[in-house]
Design a protein around this ligand. Structure first.
Ligand SMILES: Nc1ncnc2c1ncn2[C@@H]1O[C@H](COP(=O)(O)OP(=O)(O)O)[C@@H](O)[C@H]1O
Ligand SMILES: [Mg+2]
Length: 401
């Protein structure tokens, strides 16, 4: 493909979206801005930002952090907990994040560096390195005095007009299983509320609903602590807006006929929108995305999703030959997002029929399918996955005996 002359792709599959490419989410933004205003006025707020994988939690959190700093004079700390499993890990990651936070206002970075100088290694050309040995040694103390740490941080920045702190704990998959985490959060919130002057804190957790349930299981009152902000799939106008604006940013246009393809297969999932958009960006040759570009883009994206996800997690996980042939029959029948169990059943051999229920359960556990609202209805979690399975069933003998 002759795409050496293409500039930088404006699509970001797999990364939170940069502020300038952020699209939509008006209601959620309004809701969170209301809370930020409360924090600015001194009242702590707790939000659990939820929604499925790839729906845009980290992106929205990052976007709100930007506004919190700009509009509310609230310092944002976006902690990606990732592999954190203990409270010490949380403390360490938090300090690291504070040290590495990019703030361009003159004296704030210097004050942060002074406050945390003990944990800073040598100054490097593009930022600071962390003295992990010192930081690890102090991890337990910092986690025990977590609220005081935040309070002290704010105190040092008050003269710069900073009025509060937005603490985003993101990627909490590794930590919610630890019963101590729910207690840690509960204690943090309670201690703060009991202070004579509470820290103006926006505490935002980002995670799928199952993680919130984990926490509630360990501490019932987590349910009452947080306001829930749920991110849903984008609607058609948000999707259109996304493709139009993102392509326009690199002087590309999209035809009226091409748009429905991109929207249909993205089905409101920002993650898929970026994968498809990126594929289209590289396929297009004349800066006008037409129907043919859109179709090629969707197929290329399906292929990519297929290689990364479907092959490994679905085909390889389904060792049974019968499972593969059931999947192929579903694929042949189906290019839409959902199917009725009975429709597929009619096409199955008697052996396949006997295995069908187990197959469906298995697919649910693999997060490929979920139950629909109607009885006997099954829905693919991702349209691209269903498309890939469909294409595979037509072209690939292996799964189409
Ligand atoms: N509002 C948005 N506008 C544009 N792209 C978005 C938006 N929200 C999310 N994305 C993109 O969707 C993908 C998944 O977003 P992310 O924030 O990582 O989701 P989550 O944290 O829920 O898993 C990323 O590629 C990101 O760039
Ligand atoms: Mg995320």
């Amino acid at each position: 493909m002759n795409n050496i002359n293409k500039g930088k792709s404006p699509f970001y599959p797999g990364q939170p979206v940069p502020i300038e490419f952020f699209i939509g989410r008006m209601n959620e933004i309004e809701r969170i801005r209301r809370s930020l205003k409360q924090v600015e006025l001194g009242k702590p707020q707790m939000i659990f930002l939820t929604g499925e994988y790839g729906i845009g939690k980290s992106s929205l959190a990052g976007f709100m952090k930007y506004w919190a700093e700009k509009d509310n004079h609230i310092l944002g700390i976006h902690v990606l907990l990732g592999s954190a499993e203990s409270l010490e890990d949380i403390a360490i990651k938090t300090v690291e994040t504070v040290i590495k936070t990019r703030i361009y206002e003159s004296t704030i970075p210097e004050k942060i560096r002074n406050f945390l100088s003990k944990y800073i290694g040598k100054q490097e050309l593009f930022g600071v390195s962390i003295n992990l040995k010192e930081l690890k040694a102090d991890g337990p103390d910092i986690s025990q005095g977590y609220l005081s740490f935040l309070q002290e941080l704010l105190n040092r920045l008050k003269d710069d007009g900073i009025k509060g702190i937005m603490l985003i704990l993101d990627e909490i998959n590794g930590i919610t299983n630890n019963p101590q985490f729910a207690h840690f959060i509960k204690t943090l919130v309670d201690e703060n509320a009991l202070n004579s002057t509470p820290l103006p804190l926006m505490l935002m957790l980002c995670g799928v609903e199952e993680r919130r349930r984990d926490m509630i299981q360990h501490h019932q009152s987590i349910e009452r602590i947080f306001d829930i902000v749920e991110i849903k799939p984008m609607d058609k106008s948000e999707m259109k807006d996304f493709f139009t604006k993102t392509l326009n940013s690199v002087d590309m246009k999209i035809t009226k006929e091409a748009m429905p393809f991109l929207c249909h297969y993205s089905a409101g999932f920002p993650k898929i929108m970026h994968i498809i958009g990126d594929a289209v960006f590289w396929i297009d040759k004349d800066n006008i995305v037409n129907e043919a570009d859109a179709i090629s883009g969707v197929l290329a994206a399906a292929d990519e999703v297929g290689r990364k996800f479907v092959e490994i997690q679905v085909y390889n996980a389904l060792h049974s030959k019968d499972y593969h042939s059931i999947l192929a029959k579903i694929g042949k029948e189906n290019i839409s997002l959902s199917f009725q169990k009975t429709t597929i059943e009619e096409k199955l051999s008697s052996i396949e029929k006997r295995k069908f229920n187990n197959f469906l359960q298995r697919m649910k556990r693999l997060k490929v399918l979920k139950s629909g609202d109607e009885f006997g209805e099954y829905i693919f979690n991702s349209r691209l996955v269903s498309l890939y399975i469909h294409l595979n069933s037509i072209k690939d003998k292996k799964v189409n005996p």
